[in-house]
Design a binder for this molecule. Structure first.
Ligand code: 9MR
Length: 734
């Protein structure tokens, strides 16, 4: 979500992303007309992606951007209007043009420079503006190459407050076309982590050839260990690529450093190993400890690089989640909502997808035969570690319930987050902002009912007190939702995600199914109104299918005939995902009918694979199991951009995900993402400026960029990593 914007100082951010180094076929001369590097310089309707300092409110008025410059700040950069991620190429001339006027004659600075240290500067010009709009133009060569340039108008240090208005802002120059020239590496696309000896062994080759080609598999010593012919496939709609398929299933010997070769083209190296997914399973689960709120993340568990102070426990500058007031005007109490997991790259905590993530960990626990030991503080207690981890979140979710005696008692607050978006490169403990509880919603309330019921069932064996608290909260939530069946969270908002949802029949049905699973009560069973559907799958917004997945865990609660129907329904959906997977050049059980990849599409892949895996368990059909495993190939590199979307796994892994603490690519003082972190993935919507700048015109499956600023393609999120953890647990045990 918008990572805006910006405390008074420019956050100490350094990024030297050397554009040219990763690019091929760089053009030699500037384009004619020159490339425009500014987004939305004319303010026809909206302000984004321009931002202004927290000292400096700004808005679009009459097609111009006008900002209220405060009196009494010290430095020019204490009051700024800016735009980030302007690409700069060393030695190239850049021309900055803009119109400006002010409510009184003033001076300010127009600065085009690197976003972070060493702040290499292209233009740093003092400008004198009068009360009528006037045009300015400056040209200079860039001393640096960096994709993270920043255009800012710096007006701090004023003795008296005034209004500054800007329009028609343009920066032209540079040789590389917007978005650079994308290089996807080898056309031989494999799971860069590897393959299970007993799983599917398939790969994709990008080629316009239409006849079968020879492939060979070489080992780490470059010895050929298998050969075969490719199978022509043709154009793959969602990637825009023409491809052929490789099946090396005849080769099942374990080893490391294998490569597939077609002609001169050589794949990234990969392993064939039985324990292929063990480390990833564990890392993907440890994602959650790393993102805990309200507890120090200790070096003895995560290593020095990822250790950090507890976030939001009330130690300055944090306001603390220990006593959080409602957003003004919505209620007059405060709640202790400490703990839980931060949602994603931001420090918000949201009930709807937060409950889904915890649910998926509990489901993973029920699915798996073997407990995995996690590096977490509760590691030595007698409870399985994945349940310890889920409890951290469940305790928080329970705290979000409106207490008895208050209006809307039993309902659940939709979310808690900062009052405005914080800047990037920010540890949780350093967040100075006021945080608020946002009003209860029916969706959040039913999410608590569902997770509470699942919690009651799963922890009954391990933690009676928690199980009892969960059941009581779930039943209270259910009753409250029945009393208030249509309180919806609003769309939009600042400082946090919306997680808006105006259809809650699916949440009612999921909660009813979980309550029925926990209690066996017919009154809940009667309220189950949804079934799993291929078109919907499941997500934080669409929870109808979770009713069937809940029932699948309690077969003893259903008469035989209902059990058979349930298995048939899940198998029918699995058939559909199997067909989707097989019908794509890059096997993927996610195939949006409208051809439009959604925000977080990788969780669509993983969640659909989870359904395939559950169908495999219920029916024993090997094709479902094989498809669930083959889905991991997509996430780990066998895709249109040769990208492993998981940090630390694969040669071409995502490692610049959008995260305020894992923000090494902006500031070397911060770590890169913890291994096992899943990026959101390709998203046709391009809802962030970095995506808009770099991915214009992309084929759906290619709308992804491993840049920290691209929150709509490259964020992480609890409900995406829970999907990865579920799937890799399955793959590790299968
Ligand atoms: O995962 C969410 C996705 O389905 C929505 O389309 C998107 C825009 O509303 O928001 C995503 O969730 C983000 C949340 O709003 C704020 N924290 C980061 C989440 C992941 O990007």
């Amino acid at each position: 979500m918008p990572s805006a914007r910006r405390s008074a100082l420019i956050a100490g951010s350094a990024a030297l992303t050397v554009l040219a180094a990763t690019l091929i076929g760089t053009p030699a001369t500037a384009a004619d007309p020159p490339y425009e590097r500014i987004l939305n310089g004319t303010f026809d309707t909206e302000r984004e992606p321009w931002w202004s300092s927290s000292t400096t409110p700004s808005a679009v008025t009459d097609g111009r951007l006008c900002a209220q410059i405060p009196a009494g700040t010290a430095n020019p950069w204490d009051s700024m209007i800016g735009q980030d991620d302007v690409p700069l190429e060393q030695g190239q001339p850049y021309t900055l043009k803009f119109d400006a006027s002010a409510s009184k004659p003033i001076q300010f600075k127009a600065v085009l420079q690197q976003q972070g240290p060493p702040y290499g500067t292209v233009i740093g010009q003092t400008v004198t503006a009068g009360t009528t709009m006037q045009s300015f133009s400056f040209t200079n060569n860039s001393p640096v190459t960096d994709t993270h340039g920043q255009m800012s108008f710096q007006a701090g240090g004023a003795a008296e407050a005034y209004t500054l208005c800007l329009d028609n802002i343009s920066i032209t120059g540079g040789i590389l076309p917007p978005g650079g020239i994308r290089d996807f590496g080898s056309p031989v696309r494999v799971n860069q982590l590897g393959y299970l000896p007993g799983g599917p062994h398939r790969a994709t080759y990008v080629t316009t050839a239409t006849t079968p080609l020879d492939w060979k598999l070489v080992d780490s010593g470059n010895k050929t260990v298998a050969v075969g012919k490719t199978t022509p496939y043709g154009p793959d709609a969602l990637s825009g690529d023409s491809v052929q398929l490789i099946d090396f299933g005849s080769f099942r010997t374990t080893g490391t450093g294998f490569r597939l070769v077609v002609g001169e083209d050589v794949s990234e190296p990969f392993d064939i190993a039985k324990n292929l997914y063990s480390a990833l399973r564990q890392d993907s689960l440890e994602y959650f400890y790393n993102n805990r709120s309200g507890i120090p993340i200790e070096a003895k568990y995560v290593g020095d690089a990822w250790a950090r102070a507890a976030g939001h426990v009330g130690v300055a500058p944090n306001k603390g989640d220990t006593s959080v007031p409602c957003v003004p005007g919505s209620c007059d109490y405060s709640l202790d909502v400490r703990g839980g997991w931060y949602d994603a790259g931001d420090h918000g905590k949201y009930v709807v997808n937060g409950a889904l993530a915890a649910w998926q960990l509990l489901d993973l626990y029920e699915e798996s035969d073997r407990n995995v030991s996690l590096k977490i503080p509760e590691n030595a207690n007698r409870v399985p570690d994945v349940l310890d981890e889920a409890k951290w979140q469940i305790d928080f979710l329970l705290r979000m319930q409106v207490p008895a005696g208050q209006p809307l008692a039993g309902m659940v607050h939709h979310k808690i987050h900062d009052e405005a978006w914080t800047g990037m490169a920010l540890a949780p403990a350093a967040d100075p902002q006021q945080r608020y509880l946002y009003p209860p919603s029916t969706a959040a309330t039913l999410n608590l009912a569902a997770i509470g019921a699942r919690c009651a069932r799963v922890y009954a064996r391990w933690d009676h007190a928690l199980a009892a608290r969960c059941l009581s909260a779930a039943q209270t939530a259910w009753k409250a939702a029945e009393l208030h069946p249509a309180i919806y969270a609003p769309t939009g908002g600042v400082g946090g995600g919306a997680y808006d949802d105006v259809k809650v029949t699916d949440e009612f049905s999921w909660a009813a199914a979980e309550l029925f699973a926990a209690t066996g009560k017919a009154s809940y069973k009667r309220r189950i109104s949804t079934v799993l559907k291929a078109a919907d799958g499941f997500s934080w917004q669409e929870t109808g299918g979770l009713a069937d997945l809940a029932l699948a865990r309690v077969p003893w609660r259903l008469p035989a005939v209902e059990r058979i129907h349930l298995i048939r329904r899940i198998a029918t959906v699995a058939d559909s995902y199997l067909a989707d997977l097989r019908s794509q050049g890059y096997a993927n059980p996610y195939k949006p009918a409208n051809g439009h990849y959604v925000w977080g599409s990788n969780s669509g892949t993983a969640n659909n694979a989870m359904i395939l895996a559950i169908a495999a368990d219920l029916t024993g059909r090997p094709s479902y199991r094989s498809a669930a495993l083959e889905s991991l190939d997509y996430l780990l590199g066998r895709n249109a951009i040769n990208q492993s979307y998981v940090t630390g796994y694969g040669e071409r892994d995502s490692h610049n995900q959008h995260h305020r603490f894992w923000s090494h690519s902006l500031n070397p003082a911060y770590p890169s993402p913890y291994p096992g972190s899943l990026a959101g993935g390709a998203n046709s919507g391009l809802q962030d400026p970095v995506a808009q700048r770099n991915l214009v015109g992309c084929a759906p499956a290619k709308c992804y960029i491993d840049e920290i600023g691209s929150y709509s393609t490259n964020e992480v999120a609890v409900n995406w990593n829970s999907a990865l953890a579920w799937l890799t647990t399955y793959a590790d045990e299968v």
